[in-house]
Design a protein around this ligand. Structure first.
Ligand code: ATP
Length: 258
């Protein structure tokens, strides 16, 4: 019966990561990490600079090869079904990788072709509208502010209507109003389409509000996982009524919880 329950639980997992590690030379950036992401959840990946968040996301995306461990998405192994899996996945990165001489529209058209979209222009305009950058359509990437660039990245990420979004600091560089718009766009996607989202942010209030579940990385290891209140109680080792992730974060980086 235990096995049946485990199998059933396993089936509802959209992403399963088992014993994942990555070493660069003799430095262990990600150290024996295991977690699952359920379909339709927004899950936060937290940790200090250098904790291993981006490295983990890049392995889940197949951008770098794990030193060891297994990743399966939609019930299929990333090692053997990468192409098929990635058709239904997308991501953002805090560093723009768009050809900077091309305009926003030209850049997004390239992605529309890569994703083989049926009505590319319609799809692109929809995303530009969603992230409030319609007026930047014909501007070169080189002339954009950091926040504008972040939003072009989000347009790209939503264009293929992904089932799974891996967002590395999607609200970095955004002013409070735009950050609010972006968070609503993520919540809408989750509510209306059941999009599953893994995301990182250094804004603890935002994570508290957005994520039902959080994975906390420290020096490449998961030191806590659960709801914001569960993580707060586990790390601070006391009863709390409200989550206090900022306090948790400070406690962890000062080494008291490591
Ligand atoms: P941040 O909040 O700063 O984005 P992060 O949690 O995303 O941090 P990672 O980018 O995953 O951290 O980096 C984890 C560690 O691995 C860092 O110490 C980094 O210097 C190291 N690292 C990452 N990529 C490489 C690489 N290609 N070669 C060597 N070391 C690397």
């Amino acid at each position: 019966e235990k096995r049946a329950r485990a199998l059933k639980a396993g089936n509802s997992m959209l992403v399963e990561v088992e014993n994942l590690s990555k070493t660069f030379g003799d430095f262990r950036a990600v150290d024996d990490v295991s977690f699952g992401i359920e379909r339709g959840e927004i899950i936060g990946l937290l940790g200090a600079n250098g904790a291993g968040k981006t490295t983990t996301i890049h392995m889940v995306l197949g951008l770098i090869t794990p030193t060891s461990g297994r990743i399966s998405i939609f019930g299929k192994s990333m090692a053997t079904h990468r192409g098929e899996i990635l058709e239904k996945v997308n991501f953002t990165s805090p560093y723009s990788t768009f050809p900077f001489r091309l305009t926003v529209l030209e850049n997004l058209k390239v992605f529309a072709r890569i994703y083989n979209l049926k009505k590319p222009r319609e799809r692109i305009d929809e995303q530009l509208e969603r992230f409030g950058i319609t007026k930047l359509r014909d501007k070169a990437i080189s002339g954009l502010s950091s926040g504008e660039n972040t939003r072009v990245g989000l347009c790209k990420a939503f264009m293929n209507d992904p089932e799974l979004l891996l967002l590395d600091e999607p609200t970095a560089y955004l002013d409070p109003e735009i950050a609010w718009q972006v968070k609503n766009a993520l919540l809408d996607a989750q509510r209306e389409k059941g999009t599953t989202i893994l995301y990182t942010s250094h804004n603890m209030d935002e994570v508290e509000r957005m994520c039902k579940r959080i994975i906390f990385l420290h020096h490449g290891k998961i030191i806590a996982a659960g709801s914001p209140i569960e993580i707060t109680q586990a790390i601070l080792e006391e009863e709390r009524e409200e989550p206090a992730l900022e306090e948790v974060f400070m406690r962890v980086v000062k080494g008291k919880a490591a």
